[in-house]
Design a protein around this ligand. Structure first.
Ligand code: AMP
Ligand code: MG
Length: 416
């Protein structure tokens, strides 16, 4: 089986997976979940035309001729509060005092702000006339009865949750969260709770993968460490197949003690690919079980494992979670330095990002060896260096996948 491109491998993964079933959760528990159905408004909001300001409701025809020399005066004949229906029609030469959110009375087409008026006894003087139709929120401006206001696949943010509350969605249809199991493999590994043994390697992958899942809102289960021994591996992998997704790291290459792929085949997993033309992260196996478990055999190197999670597991989980979009955002950036490279595989170079007048600037986080975790830990994105490229120059444009929302200092061109 030849190595797939990152794109083809991603498509292969997504083709084999589908969204999780729909479940209902209480409104407050729906935060950060993904909406599983379109939601239509079940009322108009506002339910009638309302004032957007504290002021006076009037007919524009009465004040069209107003000027500083010729102040217009209207008789205030009503006082309308929010939550109260107006009792009378406003006639020519009249106005009604009105509060923000109160329904507008018959006979008016404009609201003037209280700051632009002066009250004299029962009369209001128009100091600065507004435009015709000003300061009125029309019926249904926010929600229109029967019209879809939120679509399936929407991430439920605080603002979305507020709309759900307005349409009285006490039980929210969301996609179920996939269950994820994580297994590290290797005789050399030492668990977090084990005493330090100088001969061993501390297990980083279980925790990196756990954190990567958690950042997506998924609480994964750690299955611990399996030995490079077919029987132990088989028992632990079998346990992992009870979950929707199994992430095993290490032992997936062609070494004499790399038992993960044959053991998965033994367990009846249908393997779809096991190599991707990328650096880091070349050995990467993906398969599915007859019961619907998606299995990723990730490379053992902590950096490679994390990069492969970003490229393949993240889109897979997002698709299962029902998100409308599966991939990270990308930006175009200029390299801040020359970069020699090895052609042959797509290189995902760990970079930090900054901004100058011409846009984003990407800088390597340092030694890019797949054993150097610090250059991963400091990364804000992956610069995508195409397989055919062996040298890039300072100033060359590259695509950078963002690892998370960026938090730049406000720039001069941002008018805040
Ligand atoms: P493997 O893919 O099993 O050949 O492992 C490749 C390299 O990654 C070896 O140097 C392993 O010691 C290291 N490695 C494998 N699994 C882990 C892990 N869970 N945590 C840290 N390093 C690991
Ligand atoms: Mg190993």
């Amino acid at each position: 089986m030849r190595a797939l491109s990152i794109h083809d491998a991603q498509q292969c993964v997504l083709q084999h997976l589908k969204a999780m079933p729909v479940e209902h959760v209480a409104l407050h528990d729906s935060l950060n979940r993904v909406l599983a159905k379109d939601i239509a408004a079940n009322r108009n909001h506002p339910p009638y035309d309302v004032s957007a300001m504290d002021g006076y409701a009037l007919s524009f025809a009465d004040i069209a001729a107003a000027s500083e020399q010729d102040l217009i005066r209207l008789k205030v004949v009503d006082d309308i509060r929010a939550g109260q229906m107006p009792s009378k029609r406003i006639e020519a030469g009249q106005a009604a005092r009105i509060m923000t959110g109160a329904p507008t009375p018959q006979g008016i087409d404009t609201v003037i702000r209280v700051e632009d008026t002066q009250l004299q006894g029962d009369d209001v003087l128009i100091l600065t006339p507004p435009k015709q139709g000003a300061n009125i929120r029309p019926l249904g401006e926010n929600l229109k009865d029967g019209v879809v206001v939120l679509t399936k696949g929407t991430l439920i943010s605080a603002g979305v949750l507020a709309i759900l509350a307005m349409v009285k969605q006490k039980d929210v249809p969301v996609f179920a969260q996939p269950s994820v199991a994580i297994l590290s493999t290797g005789d050399e590994l030492e668990a977090l709770d084990d005493p330090i043994d100088e001969q061993k390697i501390p297990d980083a992958n279980s925790h990196a993968l756990y954190a990567q899942c958690k950042a997506l809102g998924i609480e994964a289960t750690l299955l611990g460490i399996a030995h490079d021994d077919a029987a132990d591996l088989k028992a632990k992998l079998a346990q992992g197949l009870k979950y929707d997704v199994l992430l095993a790291s290490g032992g997936v290459s062609v070494g004499h003690h790399d038992f993960v792929r044959p053991t998965l085949s033994d367990l009846g997993i249908n393997m779809h690919f096991w190599r991707v033309a990328m650096r880091p992260g070349h050995p990467l196996a993906f398969g599915t079980s007859s019961t619907g478990c998606a299995v990723f055999g990730l490379p053992g190197n902590p950096v490679s494992s994390m990069v492969c999670f970003e490229q393949f597991v993240l889109p897979a989980l997002r698709q299962m979670m029902g998100h409308a979009t599966c991939f990270r955002q990308t930006v175009k950036a200029r390299l801040s330095h020359d970069q020699k490279d090895r052609a042959g595989r797509t290189h995902l170079m760990r970079v930090t990002l900054s901004r100058d007048e011409q846009g984003y600037v990407a800088t390597s986080t340092g030694t890019q060896g797949s054993g150097v975790l610090l250059s991963m830990a400091m990364a804000e994105g992956f610069a995508v260096i195409p397989a055919e490229s062996d040298a890039l120059k300072k100033g060359d444009y590259i695509t950078v996948q963002l690892l998370q929302g960026m938090d730049f200092q406000p720039h001069a061109d941002m008018e805040l």
